[in-house]
Design a binder for this molecule. Structure first.
Ligand SMILES: [Zn+2]
Length: 388
């Protein structure tokens, strides 16, 4: 068994043993998921797997009981309480943890928005921290040490009941106006040629998602939208690399496209969308992501008649790591006979692409008119936007 700190891509699952498993056990103990005595052992047994699942469930992560890079990072971050260590933004070095999330939450509630409460100490949090320090007469050094934390604790909540970062995100979209020309949308076809995702017969998820992305790309281009795909026929980026590409480009929106297979549940079918947020609610929430997810969901359901599996908050890397509103679409199940037949149909893919583009346009129209769902054609939308 590999030590996860030596090889962060190593996966640990039931049956494994060794120092890596011991490291996981220690962190589960620190996170309160296992009793203190659990550090004595180095076996990934059923108790550890249940604890991992419980932890993943609580964090809104994919619940698989396997410790990969994302779960390990979240576990590792869970032991930090605000004040346990000095926090400082260091370019090129990822500082993350529950203490960072607490710092972000505190800064945001005091009126120093630092983007999303994602537990990652990035540039926006650094700037908010320095602004706060200046505001209270401390040296603006971006170091969250004892003095700064005391000042944070002493100040009453300047903002109550709001989620300033969510409001700011919505404001940015609203102030952009309805015209899509010049906007940048990153399309993320799930998986890759080397890791094709779900494979059912000769249909591969990676091919379907790339084809869907290209159909969406063509329609967005017609509206003057710039698009960038996170991969083509080559490339096999991780979820975080895909998110970072969108961040580096300063994209306005990101749409990640998938169509899974659930061989153990062949009756599962339908369309679902996911946006950034903790299933428990709270301030980790992308309001505009939720709006886009809901519009994509409703437009696709209305046009295709696929089962409505609704929109859900999740903290997956592609949603959490992106700084713009981001949505992951599950456009049907390849393991379901009827869904698979439709996914193989080019006309169906065109319909999904059209639904996505109308949903994107409606976000910028701040369009809450549910009556029009599924009935707007692209040309109608264009006419509304370009009307004098
Ligand atoms: Zn997938």
């Amino acid at each position: 068994m590999t030590d996860p700190s030596a090889d962060p891509s190593a996966l640990m699952r039931a049956g494994d043993r060794g120092d890596g498993v011991r490291a996981v056990r220690e962190r589960l103990v620190a996170a309160g998921e296992l009793p203190a005595s659990a550090v004595e052992d180095d076996v990934f047994d059923g108790t550890v797997e249940r604890a991992v699942r419980a932890f993943q469930q609580r964090r809104g992560m994919l619940v698989d009981g396997v410790v990969g890079p994302q779960t390990f990072r979240a576990l590792d971050g869970a032991r930090w309480l605000l004040g346990d260590r000095i926090l400082l933004h260091t370019p090129g070095h990822l500082v993350s943890g529950d203490d960072v999330a607490a710092l972000q939450d505190r800064l945001s509630s005091l009126g120093y928005p630092c983007g999303r409460v994602d537990g990652i100490l990035g540039v926006e949090t650094d700037e908010a921290l320095r602004d706060f320090q200046r505001g209270v007469g401390l040296q603006a050094d971006g170091v969250a040490g004892p003095k700064t934390l005391r000042a944070l604790a002493q100040l009453g909540r300047a903002v109550t009941g709001g989620a300033p970062h969510a409001l700011r995100e919505a404001d940015r979209v609203r102030s952009a106006g309805p015209d899509l020309r010049g906007r940048l949308v990153v399309l993320d076809p799930g998986h890759s040629q080397v890791e094709p995702g779900a494979v059912v017969g000769d249909v591969r998820e990676a091919d379907v998602t790339l084809d869907l992305a290209r159909r969406i790309e063509g329609r967005l281009a017609a509206l003057g939208v710039q698009t960038v795909l996170t991969r083509g026929l080559t490339g096999n980026p991780t979820q975080l690399e895909r998110a970072e590409l969108a961040n580096a480009l300063g994209a306005d929106l990101l749409l990640s496209i998938h169509c899974e297979a659930l061989p153990s549940t062949p009756q599962a079918h339908g369309v679902a969308t996911f946006f950034y947020g903790s299933p428990e609610g709270g301030s980790a929430w992308s309001a505009t992501g939720e709006q886009l997810a809901s519009l994509v969901q409703r437009e696709i359901v209305a046009r295709t008649g696929l089962l409505d599996c609704r929109s859900h908050p999740r903290t997956w890397d592609i949603l959490r790591g992106t700084r713009m509103p981001a949505v992951r679409l599950e456009a049907g199940y390849l393991s379901h006979e009827a869904d698979a037949a439709r996914l193989a149909d080019p006309e169906f893919r065109d319909t999904v692409a059209e639904a996505v583009v109308v949903a994107v346009q409606r976000v910028y129209l701040s369009d809450q008119d549910e009556g029009a769902t599924g009935t707007l054609r692209l040309a109608d939308v264009l006419a509304r936007v370009r009307a004098p």
